[in-house]
Design a protein around this ligand. Structure first.
Ligand code: NAI
Length: 356
């Protein structure tokens, strides 16, 4: 950390990734301490969720918001939507510090940005919080249907993962279908459960794992044919679908994975960027997480445009073509699919001459 380097050079993230705007928000009355980072508005207003998290210190919060807002620029660009990248963090324990007054104060800060930043849900914030935030700012998505939003995004996130998996299957086995393939779903929460439905309808054999016994029992009750395993990452499956936490693709799991295709909803699946090369060397195709899991982002972008549910669903299905293109260009250029996805995003960003 360069404490004598002024504001712009203060953090490596700031100087290396060149954010357009970073706003520090403090409200004495409610105890609010928040940072809103706008990485880029090149493609449109910067959209990204509000993370409410008990960061060890302010610098950790700053690093997180800068990294996440940068990631949102790439995610939106790769998703083909006209949105920029932004993110916000509220410092504190949501179980202790999240009060309606604090969220209202935060929302008023969002409103002052006049739409350059549009917020959404993330770790520590939920639909109820977004409904409340929406009472104080126009620039919010992901609200409940009752409050005029498009509701939970798990279904369309799962739909996007399913079509990404179809594109991956086509590149590995020549057929864009999961019929007769064994798919191991890790994490049967909101997205995992929806994904199971789509996979079974396509004729896949599904096995699952979860740390929550109740979640597993629910899957068994709904789908008796689904097998419950203690792990799926290294099980003899054709496809490994990480839909729980990120970071499950590690040096050791990359060595042990038997699947030929990895495609799931979890964010930041690679423990380190080099893991991609380890997967490549073993002939395993990885569909980049930020491309596969963009269904929720496409949904909120549709909510902003007031697109019909049918049109939004069509857009989510379009993830198939993007994955196909990204995988093909990775093969043609001899690079990883993650690098190919970044290039895909950068092509869209570079095509726009203006910056802000
Ligand atoms: P969720 O919280 O509803 O479900 C996650 C499930 O994973 C839970 O059932 C949990 O018990 C299980 N789990 C936790 N640790 C585990 C472990 N070590 N092994 C196996 N299972 C474990 O979350 P949701 O909404 O289904 O999201 C899943 C993933 O997709 C998350 O990483 C999330 O960040 C990502 N994602 C979700 C989107 C959405 O629209 N919900 C959009 C984009 C990404």
């Amino acid at each position: 950390m360069h404490t004598d380097a002024g504001v712009f050079g203060r953090s490596e993230e700031l100087s290396a990734r060149r954010h357009e705007q970073v706003m520090f928000c403090e409200d004495d009355k409610t105890g609010l301490k928040a940072i809103i980072a706008i990485h880029s508005t090149t493609l449109g207003p910067a959209l990204g969720g509000t993370r409410f998290y008990p960061y060890a210190d302010e610098f950790a919060a700053l690093q997180d918001v800068l990294r996440l807002s940068w990631g949102m620029t790439y995610k939106a660009a790769a998703a083909g939507v006209n949105l920029g990248g932004g993110k916000a963090v509220i410092i504190g324990d949501p179980a202790v510090h999240k009060t309606p007054d604090l969220l209202a104060a935060y929302a008023r800060f969002v409103e002052t940005l006049g739409g350059r930043y549009i917020t959404a849900g993330d770790v520590g914030t939920n639909t109820d919080d977004l409904d409340l935030i929406g009472q104080h700012t126009r620039y919010v998505t992901g609200r409940s249907r009752a409050a005029g939003g498009s509701g939970d995004s798990a279904r369309l996130t799962a739909l996007g993962v399913f079509h990404s998996m179809r594109a991956g299957a086509e590149s590995v086995w020549g057929t864009a279908s999961l019929a007769n393939r064994t798919v191991g779903v890790e994490g049967v929460g909101k997205v995992g459960r929806e994904l199971i439905e789509l996979l079974l309808a396509d004729g896949a054999e599904v096995c699952v794992t979860d740390v929550d016994e109740a979640a597993l029992q629910r899957v068994s009750a709904d789908h008796p044919s689904v097998r419950l395993l203690s792990t799926v990452a290294t099980a003899p499956v054709d496809v490994y679908a990480p839909c729980a936490l990120g970071g499950t693709l590690t040096a050791s799991s990359a060595e042990a994975i038997e699947a030929k295709l990895v495609c799931g909803a979890a964010n930041n699946q690679l423990a380190t960027p080099e893991i991609e090369f380890a997967l490549n060397e073993r002939g395993i195709t990885w569909v980049p997480d930020f491309v596969a899991n963009a269904g929720g982002l496409i949904q909120v972008e549709g909510e902003l445009r007031q697109a019909t549910p049918e049109a939004v669903e069509d857009d989510v299905r379009g993830i198939f073509d993007r994955c196909r293109e990204i995988i093909a260009s990775a093969r043609a250029e001899g690079i990883g699919t993650g690098a190919a996805a970044n290039r895909f995003a950068e092509r869209r960003l570079d095509a726009i001459p203006r910056s802000i």
